[in-house]
Design a protein around this ligand. Structure first.
Ligand SMILES: Cc1ncc(COP(=O)(O)O)c(C=O)c1O
Length: 417
């Protein structure tokens, strides 16, 4: 029998006979034993890449910063849910948009260090940032303080607010590379002015991958009565995230970059006391029911629930691998990438030589001409990355050290005078 058909039958059998969902995933390769990791970590990560992802050997992927890769168990969770719901083999209604998905949120909240009622599922960080910017009451003359390193997904919501309501936006210039986290905290906090109502900044910057001292900034801003909004699109899965420890008022995440989830998975967090300050952007039943807490922001009409089954599967994949092991590998490869970049004569690095300030994103400058050539060469070598005048390399557990060798050979060639 065809493999897909077998799988489908396994899923149906599991649903019909009340078997645990694990029974339907019987052919999902299990993770290599932890013993292999201790004996030969490179062999361990190679097996993870080969067995858990669909990535062919001829492809190098260095672009989690845009969108990450879902491993096999995640894809399986999504397709199984779709299959089972299309056959009405499940008892839950196969959609979301009118539910609060409490079990999903409880599991996510436990991992992200917050309460279930402070967390809403969204489709991405952009949507979560818009929940905040469009939801807050701000008036002409109120100021939003931000940086010159923001992604449009975290800055255009404030530009819209400026166009409609006449708020002011002020950008703090981030030095590249910065001297240290203290300098960044000082810069942002000392820039807060008498009209600043909101401080909105990325926890990890988009092109340059800098880890910001989020907690220090948020605590200082709170003392000054300023609302903090953290665009954490790159944080979940790349670095540990404990939302209560971060001390921000609002947080937006895109786990589909680093946390193994399918595209279309986002998180929105609001500190309990800050929930009632927001209007919803999308109104349907429940729009004004404050008892729903953060789930008020999930009442958005019918949606694809299978994606959120994939979200939970992505989180469980991370937990099974061991989050610390994953973060460690991401940064080990990021360090390797930094060292290779540093050895390219004349290359201007934007990432500081400071392990506190980057994880799996390393960034450097190219001229427009060099970037064009590098793009062509990367296409030839089937390296999935888009070199530009600020090139960003992403490293994750499926990155092979040799992928970085091939990439930096290209960079060395195109920058040779
Ligand atoms: C810092 C930052 N914020 C927001 C976004 C937008 O992410 P999404 O498209 O998942 O909403 C990105 C995407 O790269 C980003 O880097």
């Amino acid at each position: 029998m065809h493999r897909r058909q077998l799988l489908r039958n396994a899923a149906c059998a599991a649903a019909l006979f009340g078997l645990p969902p694990e029974a339907a995933r019987a052919d999902t390769p299990s993770l290599p034993a932890g013993d292999l990791f201790r004996r030969d970590p490179e062999a361990y990560w190679k097996r993870i890449r080969d067995e858990q992802f669909l990535l062919p050997g001829w492809r190098a992927f260095l672009n989690n910063g845009s969108l990450g890769l879902a491993p096999k168990p995640v894809l399986r969770a999504v397709t199984e849910f779709l299959d089972r719901s299309a056959g009405l083999l499940i008892d839950e209604y196969p959609r979301w948009g009118y539910e609060t998905l409490d079990e999903h949120r409880r599991e996510l909240a436990a991992f992200f260090g917050c309460a279930k009622d402070e967390l809403a599922l969204t489709h991405n960080a952009t949507e979560a940032m818009n929940i905040v910017a469009n939801g807050l009451d701000l008036n002409a003359g109120d100021e939003v303080l931000t940086t010159d390193q923001e992604h449009p997904g975290g800055s255009c919501c404030w530009r819209l607010k400026k166009a409609r309501f006449g708020i002011d936006i002020r950008e703090v210039k981030i030095p590249l590379p910065p001297a240290g986290p203290e300098q960044l905290a000082d810069l942002l906090v000392s820039s807060i002015g008498p009209r600043t109502r909101v401080l909105s900044f990325s926890g990890i910057t988009t092109t340059t991958g800098l880890i910001m001292p989020v907690r220090e900034i948020c605590l200082a801003a709170r003392e000054k009565g300023v609302i903090t909004v953290v665009d954490g699109a790159h944080m979940n899965g790349q670095t540990p995230v404990n939302l209560h420890d971060l001390a921000c008022d609002y947080f937006a995440g895109s786990p589909h970059k680093w946390l193994f989830t399918p595209a279309g998975c986002g998180v929105f967090y609001a500190r309990e006391e800050m929930l009632d300050r927001l209007w919803v952007n999308v109104a349907t039943g429940g729009w004004d029911d404050r008892k729903l807490k953060a789930a008020r922001f999930m009442q958005v009409g019918t949606n694809n629930r299978a994606i959120f089954e994939g979200f939970i599967a992505g989180l469980r994949f991370l937990k099974e691998l061991g989050p610390e092991r994953v973060y460690g590998r991401i940064h080990q490869l990021g360090r390797m990438c930094y060292a290779k970049a540093r050895h390219v004569p004349g290359l201007e690095l934007l990432t500081p030589d400071d392990d506190r300030m980057f994880a799996g994103l390393v960034s450097f400058r190219l001229t427009a001409e060099q970037a064009k050539k590098a793009n062509e060469r990367c296409r030839e070598k089937r390296i999935w990355i888009y070199p530009s005048e600020k090139t960003r390399v992403s490293t994750h557990i499926h990155t092979r050290p040799e992928d970085l060798d091939v990439f930096f050979d290209i960079i060395r060639d195109v920058t040779r005078a």
